[in-house]
Design a protein. Sequence first.
Length: 151
Amino acid sequence: MSEAYCLEDLVQEREWRKIAPNWRTSSDDEKVEAFKYFCATYWWIRHPERGRIHFELFDSQIEAVAMWIMNRYTVALKARQIGFSTLISTFTFWLTYFYPDRAIVMLSKTERDAVKLLDKAKYGSRFLPDWMKFRGPVVQVNQNGAFAINS
């Protein structure tokens, strides 16, 4: 095994720990920072005007993520068109991909809305680096468009 290969493994391990700190031993603030780093560094979203861009979170989105991490149940009153569905799909992907003991069910007003929510998670997962795809759980998309993360 070459030194470069070992160094690459160490860098990837550092990145993995940066985006997925130990859930039991890390603080809520560390988890929020990990999610922010994951979005800004590894997660791509479709912007209506700029095309594919990294997901830079707004302050209100960061507050929502902090609430989800700190509380088992939350209720949110929000405006429309503020990137909430993008945030939800990204957060649920991050949670289930890096913490495989989680189960998520996505519901929406209509089947079409639910499919659009799922498509956001599928889109971002396509652009994860290969090392992350190989290390993480298997992501499956069946012919009906269903999306599953199997650990």
